[in-house]
Design a binder for this molecule. Structure first.
Ligand SMILES: [Zn+2]
Length: 237
């Protein structure tokens, strides 16, 4: 994968107009003081991850963001017949393709959880159109996985769910500090992903309201989601 990577941190440039060099000879002095490309988004830096304490003087912030969950569907079924090595290889392909698609749209690959990934759009790189970028990333994940399937004859299928709204983002936990997003928006996005079939992207009403021009004009369908009293309207995107 040859993604174009930013030479300076997009997050620091956007919030502080400070050019933190991430690559090339100019990055050397920054590496010496411990500033490196973030593992969650290589176009941002490790300072961005600490921005809460250093810049915002808070450990958490409330932001409007879009959450993307993507889950490898064939994994459980295949894991019974595959060797550990080829299973690991398939997960690597999945993680790599998700990461590439998410970073191309300036999202943060926040977590890999077993055979799923969770991404946050609108932090640390702020995007006025973060919901649109998240949907474009979701579509790119599906395209990339389709291509890999065809190339390698791998039985891969990915279900994706999106939801957006206000959530709490920051450092949680005392002994093991974890930079992540929490709140009902995150839980809902996870449930929406659970309802998506392999090869499908499902979005909530809130997402459709923001990116209606990108989704099918078709009516949504009510889905019974775990943890919800009544069915939730979801839309194929
Ligand atoms: Zn930065």
């Amino acid at each position: 994968m040859a993604q174009s990577r930013s030479l300076i941190c997009k997050g620091c440039w956007q919030t502080m107009h400070v050019p933190i060099a991430l690559r090339g000879p100019l990055a050397v002095p920054f590496r010496i003081v411990g500033l490196r490309p973030s593992r969650m988004n290589p176009n941002t830096c490790t300072l961005c991850e600490l921005m809460f304490e250093r810049v915002m003087k808070a450990t958490k912030i409330t932001i409007d963001a879009t959450i993307l969950f993507a889950d490898l569907r064939a994994y459980t079924r295949l894991s019974q017949s595959m060797s550990a090595a080829s299973m690991g290889g398939m997960l690597d392909v999945f993680y790599d393709e998700c990461a590439g698609a998410i970073w191309d749209h300036d999202g943060l690959l926040n977590k890999t959880i077993g055979d799923a990934v969770m991404a946050v759009f609108n932090f640390p790189i702020r995007q006025a159109d973060h919901t649109r970028q998240a949907l474009l990333a979701a579509r790119e994940i599906q395209r990339r996985i389709e291509r890999r399937k065809a190339e390698a004859g791998l039985e891969l299928g990915v279900g994706i769910g999106l939801h957006c709204g206000e959530l709490s983002f920051g450092e949680f936990g005392r002994s093991h500090r974890d930079l992540t997003a929490i709140g009902t928006v995150v839980n809902t996005a996870s449930r929406v992903q659970g309802a998506a079939e392999a090869g499908e992207i499902l979005v909530t009403e809130a997402v459709r309201e923001r990116v209606g021009d990108l989704t099918d004009a078709g009516a949504g369908q009510p889905y019974p989601l775990k943890g919800f009293d009544s069915p939730v309207m979801l839309y194929r995107a």
